[in-house]
Design a protein around this ligand. Structure first.
Ligand code: ADP
Ligand code: MG
Length: 700
């Protein structure tokens, strides 16, 4: 691919705005734009006309099929393909696609998780076209982004509540902007830039590990002599195979109109990151789902396997997904841009304060939105933020808020010139604040970066919570300010921020989030510390959370309960599969290998003795004793785990089961692993029945 061809390549498989303008009759194009921008309802004749143009374009670009593409509660995407062909008699077909087929699909919903929302006999589910996310072509199929709901209209997916939350936020933000005198603003969108971390391992090596195949992470495996301690992988030069993969991935993503921008090696060996340019929340979520899929696909072509699990390897960093979030008006203003004088920027202060209030009041929901069995291994493990949600604001903004709270004058900080000590280097100004990598929710100049999501998560969840909680904060601010005359607005906002900062100051923490002192301090401040998924999920259905979601029509109470059950069930199933896989590997792979080694040493000692009783064999006997002892203990631990797994299966109450998995099975697995890993260091390489960490991490 010639670099000069990239602008033409970019978005070439997307039914984007310029294609629409080109292909659609003018009035249809305008009607569609109105729907996209103002969320107005789309008439069927418009849909019919769009369908014709879409099909023509898709067929011209090689597509034979179309699919409604949706995001059920599995966390993955789903699709069912139909061809465009339509028989016209005489053994002939035409390529056909109607407005009805574009706007509505009817996949059988009974095999998707619904958390009891829908009995299996009520199988009907609908997919509805989401015109705000562009259709695209992949593998000769036209993909139409859709929302997925049940016969009675309950959301069965992640897109529907995300769209609802974006509309609520839009409405509340516009209301308050009008109050603040910004009457030209007609719409506000949440923007997201999700940075995606991942691992690449050799495919042939991957295929020899049952744990990776069944669970996405290694359940056994001793660290090699070298891990990430030399800090030589982060931003390191790309190896040729990785570089070739990244080039292909970029091209595949660009064709789909996904603005892949930044790529680099991450901290752990074999770990990498990709960041796109941000987009509106809905499009960014769709793009992130596609990015994860393309990562796997392109990796496969390169003889690699892409691991998106939050913690594929013990002893080195796991992978996260940083959710960069901001608000943009239809007039192009970033509402979280402090400008040159944040202290005087009341619009910025209102929105900043709304985010702080939202995160403080719904910190439990923020935590819940990233809760999964995989992510529990990361949070609080000195590689990712702790499970305690707090906000990093940086020195300047903290000083601004302090001055408001204490009625002191905020002297504007001078920009500081960067001192490199070398005159040949260009001169530039420093940022007003350094970065803080340990904060779960950090202000980074003109946006917030939520760093808790795990790498495999759909970012729909965190953004549903964030959008809704901020909308609620803005709603309350609006209620406080709505009767204030414009001449006194600045003073009133000042007073409001002053009250709010006093109330929510506890959520702000600029220090090191990885320390034990912070855990103690957070407890004193009354912040949540929901360390595991079952603990976190228990808060999901609290009164305040039900009220938030139902007030803004994001979820009905039933929808919340159903999601709570899906999450719990998913957690239990994940650990159940892990426990079973581990038992299988220990029983049929690890223990036989250990047995084999024990036999070899036994034979060797016998051989030595046969030559002469006088020859020394103490070291071999000592090793043999240690191995035999380990063998017994590993057998015991494995049996224990087996029994606990049976017990877990017998627990009917899902919450009780989740706590049992958390409190009994996970420690059981950890203990078993510790014993096996300790022995693995002694096993001869040729006896280890699956590839070692060394091979997994250092062979690409
Ligand atoms: P870092 O690694 O320093 O956090 P990156 O440049 O890798 O920074 O990623 C920053 C991410 O934030 C990018 O995806 C970028 O597009 C996104 N971003 C920048 N501005 C905004 C914004 N206004 N809203 C949402 N995301 C943004
Ligand atoms: Mg980042």
């Amino acid at each position: 691919m010639m670099a000069s061809g990239i602008p033409e390549l970019y978005g070439s498989l997307v039914f984007n705005d310029s294609v629409m303008r080109d292909k659609l009759p003018k009035d249809v194009y305008q009607a569609l734009r109105k729907t996209i921008e103002n969320h107005t309802h789309l008439e069927l004749d418009v849909a019919n006309s769009v369908a014709v143009a879409m099909k023509e374009w898709a067929v011209e670009n090689g597509a034979t099929h179309f699919t409604h593409w949706f995001q059920p509660m599995t966390g993955f995407t789903a699709e069912k393909h139909d061809s465009f062909i339509s028989p016209v008699g005489g053994g002939q077909v035409v390529m056909d696609f109607s407005g009805k087929e574009l706007v509505k699909g009817e996949p059988d919903a009974s095999s998707f998780p619904s958390g009891g929302l829908r009995a299996t006999f009520e199988a009907r589910g609908y997919t509805a076209w989401d015109p705000t996310s562009p259709a695209f072509i992949k593998d000769r199929t036209l993909y139409i982004p859709t929302a997925f709901c049940s016969y009675s209209g309950e959301a069965l997916d992640k897109k529907t509540p995300l769209l609802r939350s974006m509309e609520t936020l839009d409405r509340e933000a516009v209301k308050i902007l009008h109050l603040l005198g910004q009457r030209d603003v007609e719409g506000v969108s949440a923007t997201i830039g999700p940075e995606q971390e991942y691992f690449l391992v050799d495919k042939e090596i991957y295929k020899q590990r049952k744990d990776l195949i069944f669970t996405g992470r290694t359940l056994l495996g001793a660290m090699p002599p070298k891990g990430q301690e030399m800090e030589d992988h982060y931003f390191g030069a790309l190896k040729p195979r990785v570089s070739a993969f990244m080039h292909d991935l970029d091209e595949a993503l660009w064709k789909l109109g996904i603005p892949a921008k930044t790529k680099h090696n991450e901290v752990a060996p074999a770990q990498h990151e990709l960041a796109p340019v941000f987009d509106t929340a809905n499009v960014a979520v769709d793009h992130n789902q596609l990015t994860m899929e393309m990562m796997k696909k392109v990796a496969d072509k390169h003889g690699l396997t892409c691991l998106l699990h939050e913690k594929p390897f013990e002893g080195i960093n796991g992978s996260g997904k940083h959710n960069n979030w901001s608000l943009i008006t239809n007039t192009g203003v970033n509402l979280l841009n402090p400008g040159r004088t944040p202290a005087a920027n009341i619009q910025f202060l209102v929105f900043l304060m709304a985010v702080i209030k939202a995160v403080d009041e719904y910190a439990d929901l923020m935590r819940i939105s990233v809760a999964s069995a995989g992510n529990d291994h990361r949070l609080g493990a000195n590689e990712a933020p702790p499970a305690i949600v707090s906000i990093f604001l940086g020195d300047e903004l903290t000083a601004v808020l302090d001055s408001i709270e204490n009625d002191t004058f905020f002297g504007k900080q001078q920009k500081v010139q960067m001192e490199t000590g070398a005159t040949v280097l260009p001169h530039f100004f420093k940022d007003n604040t350094d970065r803080n990598r340990t904060s779960p929710f950090a202000f980074t100049g003109n946006k917030f970066e939520f760093r808790m999501p795990g790498s495999s998560l759909s970012v729909a969840g965190p953004n549903i919570v964030l959008n809704t909680a901020v909308a609620e904060a803005l709603r309350q601010f609006y209620e406080e300010l709505k009767d204030i005359p414009e001449s006194r607005m600045e003073e009133a906002v000042h007073a409001l921020v002053k009250r709010a900062i006093a109330k929510h100051r506890r959520i702000i923490f600029n220090g090191n989030g990885y320390t034990d002192e912070w855990v103690r301090e957070a407890k004193k401040r009354g912040l949540y510390n929901l360390r595991s998924t079952p603990e976190a999920l228990a808060c999901f259905t609290s009164q305040k959370n039900l009220e938030l979601f139902t007030r803004h029509h994001i979820f009905t109470e039933q929808e919340i309960v159903s999601r709570y059950e899906i999450l719990l069930e998913n957690y239990c199933k994940t650990i159940h599969i892990e426990a079973q896989t581990m038992q299988d590997m220990v029983r049929s792979q690890f223990l036989p290998a250990l047995r084999c080694y024990i036999d070899q040493i036994t034979g060797s000692i016998r051989g030595i003795k046969a030559v002469s009783e006088a020859l020394p064999s103490a070291a071999s006997e000592k090793l043999l004793a240690a191995l035999c002892d380990s063998y017994e203990r590993i057998c015991d631990a494995e049996e224990h785990l087996e029994a606990d797994t049976k017990n877990a299966e017998g627990i009917d109450d899902m919450q009780e089961a989740a706590f049992f998995y958390r409190g009994t099975l996970i420690p059981g697995m950890e203990a078993l692993r510790a014993m096996a890993d300790a022995v693995e260091r002694y096993l001869p390489e040729n006896l280890l029945p699956y590839p070692s960490y060394e091979k997994l991490l250092f062979s690409v």
